[in-house]
Design a protein around this ligand. Structure first.
Ligand SMILES: [Zn+2]
Ligand SMILES: [Zn+2]
Length: 242
């Protein structure tokens, strides 16, 4: 099985740092007094807290609540003494997820699972559920501190949830056949061919190289350069090229 190559520069520490400073700047900004009209406007962007209302909104978006998995997840959280988190948690099947196996929404205490996981071995949805639960647990344990998505807090939560050594990215062949890769890039350091559905930003780096040679930190030494599709097809015919 060819592991899905993912562009991970969103999680590279450089970006995390810059997001952190933006967040800090926002924290230090003095809030302006809010008029009553603006105040009512605020209510529209805050997610409604009632689980039933949330369920209705989710259904309208094509999401399907899974009561069995929700119960399973709540029991797991309950066994970790995270009762408040357990109480508000809901697990949904999301037909709009394509290559993402699952998503954890911190604000809404919600986990979305890719409906295509059903076609995989029976333990797969449960494993993805635990992976995403670990994100919620890590976020909860950080109590407002900003943490790396797959950092030590997440790994610790994975172990507590019974999936020690969990990988940050799944290698399930989700939608591999239907999504055609129109763009090709090559790492200027290791030469790996990277197929992409969409164009990459100019500063994307090769994650395996950043990890192997730079402790996972971003470095321009490992930039991904665009390459002609024909050459990419010849070098790496195993990918689903357009
Ligand atoms: Zn993850
Ligand atoms: Zn590389």
């Amino acid at each position: 099985m060819i592991p899905e190559y993912r562009q991970l520069n969103f999680e590279l520490p450089g970006l995390v740092e810059s997001l952190r400073s933006v967040r800090k700047a926002r924290l230090h900004r003095k809030p302006k007094p809010v008029s009553s009209e603006q105040f009512m406007g605020l209510f529209e962007v805050v997610p409604p807290p009632d689980p039933l209302v949330r369920q209705q909104i989710a259904q309208d978006r094509g999401l399907r609540l899974d009561l069995g998995l929700t119960t399973q997840a709540r029991e797991l959280l309950g066994s970790m003494d995270l009762d408040a988190l357990a109480e508000s948690l809901q697990v949904y099947w999301n037909p709009r997820l394509i290559t993402t196996a699952g998503l954890a929404h911190h604000g809404a205490s919600r986990i979305d699972l890719n409906t295509r996981l059903v076609g995989f071995p029976p333990e797969e949805p449960g494993r993805t559920l635990r992976h995403e639960l670990a994100h919620l647990v890590a976020h909860h344990s950080a109590a407002g501190r900003s943490i790396q998505p797959h950092g030590p807090e997440w790994r610790k939560a994975c172990t507590a949830l019974g999936i020690p050594g969990e990988l940050r990215c799944h290698n399930l062949p989700l939608a591999r056949r239907s999504v055609k890769r129109k763009y090709a890039y090559q790492c200027r350091y290791c030469g790996i061919v990277v197929p992409r559905v969409r164009k990459l930003s100019r500063d994307s780096a090769c994650y395996p190289c950043c990890r192997a040679h730079n402790r996972g930190r971003y470095s321009r030494r490992f930039l991904l350069d665009p390459m002609p599709l024909g050459r990419a097809k010849a070098l790496a015919p195993e990918h689903a090229w357009a």
